[in-house]
Design a protein around this ligand. Sequence first.
Ligand SMILES: Cc1cc2nc3c(=O)[nH]c(=O)nc-3n(C[C@H](O)[C@H](O)[C@H](O)COP(=O)(O)O)c2cc1C
Length: 192
Amino acid sequence: MPEAVVAITGASGARYGVRLVEQLSNAGWSVDLIVTGAGEINLELECNMKSFDLEGLDGVSIHSNSNLAARPASGSAKYDAYVVCPASGTTIGKIASGISDNLATRSALVAIKERRKLILVPRETPMSTPHLEAMAKMSSWGVVILPANPGFYHSPTTIEDLVDFVVARILDQLDVEHGIGKRWTGEEVQRD
Ligand SMILES: Cc1cc2nc3c(=O)[nH]c(=O)nc-3n(C[C@H](O)[C@H](O)[C@H](O)COP(=O)(O)O)c2cc1C
C-alpha cells in the first residue's frame, strides 16, 4: 500500500487538503495526516469540520503537529510522498530555511533530505518576495511547487469543480489514477 504524509497548514483552501486526503484514501493509499493549529482554524472556518473527522476514512491516521516523535519525523520511515496542502507562507518559509519546529515542517524537511517527492500547494495573493524566493529555491532542489490556482478552461460551475482541478494535478504528480477534473483533449477549441 503506498503511503503519504499530508499536512494541512493555515493557508486558506483547507478543502483542497480534505479532497486530497479523500482521494488518496479512495485510491487505497495510507495517509498520515498532520493539521497545524492554523490549519485547524481554517478547516473549521471553511469546511465546518475538525481534523479528527477525517480519521474515519480508510487508511487515514492523524498525528499531532507537536509530536516530533511521530513516524513521519524520521527518514527511516519510508513514505512514497509528502504533500503540504494548502501550504501557508509561514510553513513555506520555515521549510526553505531548514526550520523543523513541528511535525509538518519536520516531515517536509525529511522529504528534502531523503530526496523524496515533496509537493507544496501554496495559496496566497499577492505573494511576498520572501515566499517567492523560498519557493524558487526549493523548486531548484526538486520540490514540486503546485499553487492552488484552478484553471477555467474546463468551464467549472461549482466550487467542487475548482477544487478538483487543483487536486487532480496533485494526484497526477503522485501517479494516482483518478476520475476527477476534466482532461484536455485538444478537441475543445475548433480552429481552421
Ligand atoms: C482565516 C485565515 C486565512 C489565512 N489565509 C492564508 C493564506 O491564504 N495563505 C497564507 O500563506 N497564510 C494565510 N493565513 C495565515 C497563516 O495561517 C499564518 O501565517 C500561520 O502562522 C500559519 O501557520 P502554519 O503554517 O503553522 O499553519 C491565514 C490565516 C487565517 C486565520
